[in-house]
Ligand binder design. Structure first.
Ligand code: HEM
Length: 589
């Protein structure tokens, strides 16, 4: 049994623990990161031993992969989503270092590898059960054939692998018999034939995502015969219409979630055939599909297990909403986001029957007023999330009802609503916590991974604050380098990478593009912050690039707090909290 080195002057009892005991403690603390952090502060041996115990790794830099994997010899789950450039040679390094210990690998944001790298990975890591190859737009059937050698594979993500055809899927079907989940979203070359083969060979499939595939009724009977199928996504499968669905006899009993968003070519008649017999159905998404009529609501009446229903973007009839209000059991989640036709009377009737609702989305339901909010808040006291952007007829008094009646609420989206100070102070708490905590966590991770930057931060604190007293908020202005570290952290990891969605209240032109009224443009701050045309070495953590500090940034290339009229009002406070917390940590380590 290996014992840690000790000096006689060190009398911390934790430092005398053997490696095996620390492993046992770490196993015990695995699901409790806070206690793990506390333990690491009391036990010096933790860090060196932890690297031998660590099972999960998300490296920041591909070029250090070989060294990193050498340091962590027992990695089971490797997430390479922060390393966009992964070449075959690096997959070779992973195969040699991880061998049969590796269970899952996420390559969903990585490119530049081919079937050769995949082959070496799969042949060395024969215990692989999960591979995420999403966005592998250059991967072809040869890559699929390489994956087919992973005989123990249970989960495979291939979304946007647009070159993979029925041939590739056929190889996977024959090779990976243990598959339980497969995502083929946007694999546009996969057709009925490939899916029939998959359903025939991989009987264990529980989860199947076929979004945007050009499939027809031909593959549905084989899919619905999968005995264990629980999640089926048919989003945007336009070939599936009432005619196709009417031929179906029986759905699979095991089906729990069905997503038929953006399927415009079916009505309640086709839907009834598809879910006939799916007595365990719990979640149904019909966004941007057929109108929500009384007939459609009635066809779902018998599914007493239904807990979550999403009708986003559908035309909603009042009689349909009332019929949902007559369902025998309360829903937990309901979404009418951007539905036209939702009115006070019918919505109030519905929420009075669905008292157990925890999530409600009524974004852009422009006809609802104070009455709906009154009924929602008095009936559904367990609400944790309410989204009601652009409900422009709701007066400001209504928002206070959420604070008064729904104690469990964690998320309230009231963008473009008539909210006043009282309602706003309640909201501030929600908007300010996650963002700040997130920034702090990334800043700490980056500092730990960049020891030279860490030393500079410490030197600045030592020079301007010293050790004889506690740090206070007026000290942070004396720490410009720390400010740059936070600015750079927010560039690399903006807590709201797509900012917040807003709806254009009138038509306008932006950057030469005509934006009609009612459009929801999404601003991708993440991409702008890492655009090589705007930043030198965009993926590198270099606080020095902000020599002028936070205020002196040109143009709109840096927008972690958004910009313009809806810019984050808590930016100053957020920065101050993060600076204080980091500086306080820096002064004690
Ligand atoms: C590092 C910390 C923070 C970051 C990175 C951050 C980021 C953001 C972003 C990107 C938006 C959306 C801007 C847009 O739509 O264009 C936003 C909105 C908002 N933030 Fe923050 N935030 C932070 C801290 C805070 C704090 C501490 C508070 C409150 C005490 C706060 C309150 C709000 C509110 C109320 C909005 C909505 C403003 C509106 O829609 O008009 N934020 N924030």
């Amino acid at each position: 049994m290996k014992t840690n080195k000790k000096t006689t002057s060190n009398c911390n009892p934790f430092d005398f623990l053997t490696e095996e005991i620390i492993f046992t403690i770490l196993d015990y603390l695995n699901d409790d990161p806070f206690s793990k952090k506390s333990f690491s502060l009391t036990c010096k041996a933790l860090y060196s031993i932890e690297s031998h115990h660590r099972k999960t790794l998300k490296p920041l830099r591909a070029e250090l992969l070989s060294r990193t994997l050498h340091r962590y010899p027992h990695i089971e789950h490797l997430d390479l989503t922060l390393c966009p450039r992964i070449e075959d040679i690096m997959l070779n390094v992973v195969s040699l270092a991880c061998k049969d210990a590796l269970c899952s690998i996420n390559l969903s944001r990585s490119r530049f590898f081919t079937n050769i790298g995949l082959s070496s990975l799969v042949s060395s890591c024969f215990n692989l059960v999960e591979i995420d190859l999403s966005n592998g737009v250059e991967l072809n059937d040869l890559a699929a054939a390489a994956i087919a050698e992973a005989k123990n594979l249970e989960k495979l993500w291939l979304s946007r692998c647009k070159l993979i055809t029925d041939m590739g899927i056929g190889c996977v079907a024959v090779g990976c018999r243990k598959l339980r989940l497969i995502c083929l979203k946007w694999c546009l070359k996969v057709s009925d034939l490939g899916l029939q083969l998959l359903a025939l060979k991989c009987k264990e499939i529980r989860s199947l995502d076929l979004s945007y595939l050009q499939i027809t009724e031909k593959c549905l009977p084989s899919i619905l015969q999968l005995q264990h199928l629980e999640d089926l996504v048919l989003e945007g499968c336009l070939g599936i219409d009432d005619n196709a669905l009417s031929t179906l006899q029986q759905s699979c009993k095991s089906l729990k979630t069905l997503n038929m968003s953006n399927c415009h070519n079916h009505s309640h008649v086709g839907l009834s055939s598809l879910i006939n017999g799916a007595e365990n159905l719990r979640e149904l998404t019909l966004a941007y599909g057929p109108a929500i009529t009384e007939d459609l609501a009635k066809c779902l009446h018998t599914f007493s297990g239904l807990r979550s229903v999403k009708f986003d973007g559908c035309l909603v009839k009042c009689s349909g909403v009332r019929a949902i209000g007559r369902w025998p059991r309360s829903l937990k989640e309901l979404s009418f986001s951007k539905c036209s036709g939702v009115e006070d009377d019918s919505l109030s009737f519905l929420v009075r029957a669905h008292k157990e609702l925890t999530k409600l989305d009524i974004t852009c339901c422009r006809k609802i007023t104070y009455d709906s909010v009154d009924s929602i808040t008095s009936s559904c006291r367990s609400l944790t999330s309410v989204r009601m952007e652009s409900c422009s007829l709701v007066p400001k008094e209504a928002f206070v009802l959420f604070g008064q009646r729904c104690e469990l609420i964690e998320e309230l989206d009231v963008t473009d609503s008539k909210i006043d100070d009282e309602g706003f102070s309640f909201m501030m708490f929600i908007a300010g916590t996650e963002t700040t905590a997130n920034t702090l966590e990334w800043a700490m991770a980056l500092l730990l991974n960049h020891p030279k930057v860490m030393l500079k931060v410490k030197a600045e604190i030592d020079e301007h604050v010293g050790h004889g007293r506690l740090l206070n908020d007026s000290d942070t202005v004396k720490l410009p380098y720390l400010g740059r570290v936070i600015t750079e952290t927010l560039r690399l990891y903006p807590p709201a990478p797509l900012l917040l969605p807003h709806l254009s209240s009138e038509a306008c032109t932006a950057g030469g593009f005509d934006i009609p009224q009612g459009t929801m443009p999404v601003v991708n701050a993440w991409t702008m912050h890492r655009d090589p045309k705007l930043w030198e070495e965009p993926d590198e953590f270099k606080p020095e690039r902000f020599l002028g500090g936070f205020g002196e940034l040109e143009g709109f290339k840096y927008i972690p707090f958004g910009t313009g009229r809806r810019v984050c009002p808590g930016a100053g406070m957020g920065l101050q909290i993060v600076s204080l917390a980091l500086a306080a940590l820096g002064s004690i380590v």
